[in-house]
Structure formats: C-alpha cells, structure tokens
Design a protein around this ligand. Structure first.
Ligand SMILES: *Cc1c(COP(=O)(O)O)cnc(C)c1O
Length: 396
C-alpha cells in the first residue's frame, strides 16, 4: 500500500527481539492472526506432549499418574508457572475451573473478608458480562447491594459501605486499560477489597499483583497465555489473605486431607484452598506445556512490543483507510491501552467476515466494533501493515 510503511514494518520486524518466537507457533504464513485475545494460537510442541499425556500417562500408567505423572499437584504447579507472568509470589496462584467460577470464588471470598456492615459491592459497568452476572448472584447470596459503575466513577463511589470491588484490568470491548495500581490503592484506602479480572492483560502486559498489593485476581489462560480452547483459569489470593480465605465452593480437593474422606470440611493451607473438584487434567496439561513459550521472555519486552504494534497498526489504518470509515475506540494514551485495537465500523460483522476471507483474522463485537488483538509473541509489524491494507482495500 505504501512503500514507506512497508519499509518501516520490515525495519521494525528486523529489530524485534521477540520475532523468533513466532516460529514456536503453528501459524500458516498466509494468515495474519489477530484473534489471540480470544483464542491464543497453538504452540507447535503441544500436540506431541498431549500425545504422551494421553497414550502413556493415561493409557499406560492410568491411575498411577495422579502421583507419578504429577497430576494431583498440577493446579498449584501450573499456578506457580503463571505467577511470574502476573507479578505474583509463588504459592498464591492455583489453576482450575473457568474464569466465571473463579470470579465467584474471589468475589464471595473478598466479601467474606470485609466487615459485616459494609453492604455494597461495586462492579465495573462495562465488564465482560459473565463477571456482572456472577457479581449479581454473589451480592444476593452475601446480602449485599450491587452497584455497576463506569470504572472512572468507581473512586468517587468508594466509602465505608464498600465491601469489595470487581474490575476488569483491560476492557474486552474497547481495549481500555484501567489503572490497577491507583484503583487498588483507592479501594484499599476505603477499607474495601480489590478483585481484578486479568483475562485481557495476563500475557500482554505487566500486572504486578504483588507490587500493587491486589487482594484477589482471576484470569483465563486461553487468550494471551495460549492454553487452548477452554483451558482452565486461575485464582490469585494474596498471601496474607490465604489463611482467612473462606471459599464459597469448598470441594474435597481443597480439604486439608482430601483422601481422609472426612465428613467435616477443614480447608487446606495456601493456594490449594482455591481448588474445588477433580482437575480437568488434559486441558490443564496442555496449558502447562503451552506455557513453555514464555521461558526466558520478559513481560516488559512483551508490553513494549505490544504498544509498538498497536501504535503502528493505528498509524497504518490512519494512512490507508479512507477518512470516516473507521474510528478507534481504543485509548490513544499508552497508559490506557491494552493489547488490542477496537475500531468502530459500520457493518462490522460483514467487514470482519470479508477480512477473514482475505486472511486477516480478528473478530467483532456487536453492534459495530472490529477487534484486532496483538499478541507480541507471534504477531509482527508486517502483519499489522497487511491487516490495515486489507481493511482499507475492503472499505475503499
Ligand atoms: C474471556 C473473559 C471471560 C471468560 O470467562 P469464561 O468463564 O472462561 O467463559 C471472563 N471475563 C473476562 C473479562 C473475559 O475477557
């Protein structure tokens, strides 16, 4: 489309230290995959590992694998692999269940740690719907009132009535990054607990759960962490809350002596308290294997590339797409941007279908938003330039 931008893309790709990571993924060269914020791409080595898990660990060792293949301890072990990616200490993250289920555990757990007389739960009004539904149920169960507010209005609404606040770190629709350090500090200043949903930030940018003293957090692993469709989510409970974390789903897996088969519940110590029932081992081990692509990767480098990619994509869109056909709903300021670009566009569904046919895969959110997710481990600058060019060709 433009020699200058194509040349700039080539130069940026040549200087990109993360570029070699692309070869770790099963991606066909003709396709620009910008939907890793919905379903991360497959790391090439995972199928062989799963073949071994299924044929040997399950097929040959069978029941012995709970011990010998480390199945039983997988939720904590894999939690410890995710912990550094979100700035959490060892022993504070456990993997299992879906994000929706973990939102429930975290939010009810947070409310149960708050003072009895605090009768409100606040939720980010633009939240991914499941978080809002779960928050509503959690509020009814714990006898609290739920208030949905725009993230910008949350600080002013905090007060002696606030028990807990549930916020999405990055908004799934607009790609807006909420200010986790400042909002966590404000929530705690008001005496309430902060629960963060990291679905669209973990694996895309530094989260710093420990540094910022976040109380609880949850997130999924099939987006930027490439764990595979429906791979289990994770729950973070700050170390000093663990002993008082009163889970609303006390299954036998979180018992201090699961095989004691006792009728009275007594919670185990540490991250294990976030477990419920038998872990989904196949998905969990696919996730564990997929996490190998993060070995030696600095999340700061990922963030730097992510911002450079989204900046460059916006620059190409501006240069290529006829004026007025799209407008970005993603904040221009780096401090407010996640790792996706959302463009408002008429007939977004038809446009995305046609774009996909041209080999540029993103997605759309009704009614009029095109979403382009930039996953720095396997998307490059030439991909961003090509995506903008194909979009312009469609809209021109
Ligand atoms: C993707 C996403 C979810 C998904 O929840 P599941 O239980 O895995 O279906 C939840 N919350 C947010 C913010 C998300 O982006």
């Amino acid at each position: 489309m433009s020699e200058a931008l194509a040349g700039k893309a080539a130069a940026l790709d040549a200087a990109d230290e993360l570029a070699p990571h692309r070869a770790l993924f099963a991606l066909d060269d003709g396709v620009v995959y910008l939907d890793g914020n919905s379903l991360g791409a497959l790391p090439r080595h995972v199928p062989a590992r799963m073949q071994d898990v299924i044929a040997r660990e399950w097929g040959e060792l069978r029941i012995r694998s709970w011990e010998e293949s480390g199945w039983w301890t997988a939720p904590e072990r894999i939690g410890d692999r995710i912990a550094p990616l979100i700035g959490a200490d060892r022993g504070t993250v456990v993997v299992g269940d879906s994000t929706s289920v973990n939102v429930f555990k975290a939010l009810v757990g947070a409310v149960r740690l708050a003072d009895e007389d605090r009768d409100e739960i606040l939720v980010d009004a633009s939240t991914f719907p499941t978080d809002g539904y779960v928050a509503d149920s959690a509020a009814r169960m714990t006898g609290r009132r739920l208030r949905a507010l725009a993230p910008a209005d949350i600080p002013a609404a905090l007060g002696p009535r606030t028990a807990a606040v549930l916020v999405n770190h990055v908004d799934y629709r607009s790609g807006r990054l909420n200010d986790l350090p400042a909002m966590t500090a404000a929530i705690q200043e008001a005496g309430a607990l902060a629960v963060w949903d990291l679905c669209h930030s973990a694996g895309a940018l530094p989260v710093g759960l420990g540094t910022h003293g976040v109380d609880f957090a949850v997130g999924c692993t099939y987006k930027y962490l490439n764990g595979g469709p429906g791979s289990p989510a994770y729950l973070y409970v700050r170390g000093d809350h663990q002993a008082r974390f009163d889970t609303p789903l006390p299954g036998w897996n979180s018992h201090e002596d699961p095989f004691g088969m006792r009728s009275a519940y007594a919670p185990g110590d540490g991250a294990v308290r976030g477990r419920v029932g038998t872990p989904d081992i196949l998905s969990m081990l696919a996730l564990e294997s997929a996490l190998d692509v993060w070995d030696g990767v600095s999340i700061e480098a990922v963030r730097a590339k992510s911002l450079a990619l989204t900046d460059f994509f916006l620059e190409c869109v501006e240069a290529y797409v006829p004026a007025g056909r799209v407008s970005s709903v993603t904040p221009a300021a780096h401090a407010e941007r996640g790792s996706q670009v959302s463009l408002r566009c008429e007939k977004a569904d038809e446009v995305m279908r046609a774009l996909t046919e041209r080999g540029v895969v993103g997605d759309h959110r009704r009614p009029d938003v095109l979403r382009f997710g930039f996953t720095p481990l396997y998307v490059g600058f030439a991909d961003a330039e090509r995506a903008a060019g194909e979009l312009a060709a469609l809209l021109g």
